[in-house]
Ligand binder design. Structure first.
Ligand SMILES: Nc1ncnc2c1ncn2[C@@H]1O[C@H](COP(=O)(O)OP(=O)(O)OP(=O)(O)O)[C@@H](O)[C@H]1O
Ligand SMILES: [Mg+2]
Length: 221
């Protein structure tokens, strides 16, 4: 078992009001699965991804990642685990605008204190078919190419888990198919992939889906 959560609760306070963004989420995900997370807007999908990706902590409940309970870890410890195990892909790519594709992919390597970052970034870009676009800045790339740079950046530290939040939300259907094919290849190589999506086509290509509603997992009809 790679991921196991038990009764995750996350409450946001807005003045006097509270939003129970996660209201008792218990899930398990095995190494090598490709899982879709679906549900209406505001149902807690991004909140859950942020916790699974060690960007945030639950208010209560446990999260065991690769045998280690990380739910009470402080920021530094979470950052360390994130660097080692997790790659993120976002809907809006989140690339830095004024530097090249290659420099964008180098950043996580530099944070991790790796050497030979230039060469490793080039290899990661070649792996997503962008060997001939390394020196382009994000604005000089198409949407699909930008997302492939983001995939290369997410993978360059060789994480166990790839977390993607609406990775095809800004892409046309052909380009989104390209990104999905890339995910399927990575999954066949044994990588665990969790993908939040509104798109039934994307969800259909996952091994299974987790449906969220009002901060809970809801797999009934
Ligand atoms: N930083 C925050 N402060 C206060 N409330 C928040 C915060 N982040 C999220 N929420 C609230 O928590 C709930 C869950 O939000 P979340 O972003 O997880 O939803 P989502 O399922 O990802 O939605 P979408 O499909 O629109 O991205 C929402 O009601 C949202 O308004
Ligand atoms: Mg969201």
């Amino acid at each position: 078992m790679l991921i196991q959560t038990q009764d995750l609760i996350k409450i946001y306070h807005m003045g006097d009001a509270e939003v129970r963004a996660l209201d008792g989420v218990s899930i398990t995900i095995e190494q090598g699965e490709m899982v879709g997370v679906i549900g209406t807007s505001g149902s807690g999908k991004t909140t859950l991804m942020n916790i699974l990706g060690c960007l945030d902590r639950p208010d209560s409940g446990s999260y065991v990642l690769a045998g280690e309970d990380v739910s009470r870890h402080n920021k530094d410890k979470l950052a360390h685990i994130r660097n080692k195990r997790i790659g993120f892909i976002f809907q809006s790519f989140n690339l830095l605008p004024r530097i090249s594709a290659q420099q964008n992919v180098e950043l996580p390597l530099q944070y991790a204190g790796k050497s030979d970052t230039h060469h490793l970034a080039a290899k990661a870009l070649e792996a997503v078919g962008l060997g001939d676009r390394m020196h382009h800045e994000p604005a000089q790339l198409s949407g699909g190419q930008r997302q492939r740079v983001a995939v290369a950046r997410a993978l360059v530290n060789d994480p166990d888990i790839l977390l993607a939040d609406e990775p095809t939300g800004n892409l046309d259907s052909r380009t989104s198919d390209e990104i999905l094919c890339l995910f399927e290849d990575l999954n066949k190589q044994g990588r665990t992939i969790i993908v939040v999506t509104h798109d039934p086509e994307v969800a259909g290509r996952c091994g299974r889906t987790i449906r969220m509603k009002d901060g809970r997992v809801f797999n009934g009809v």
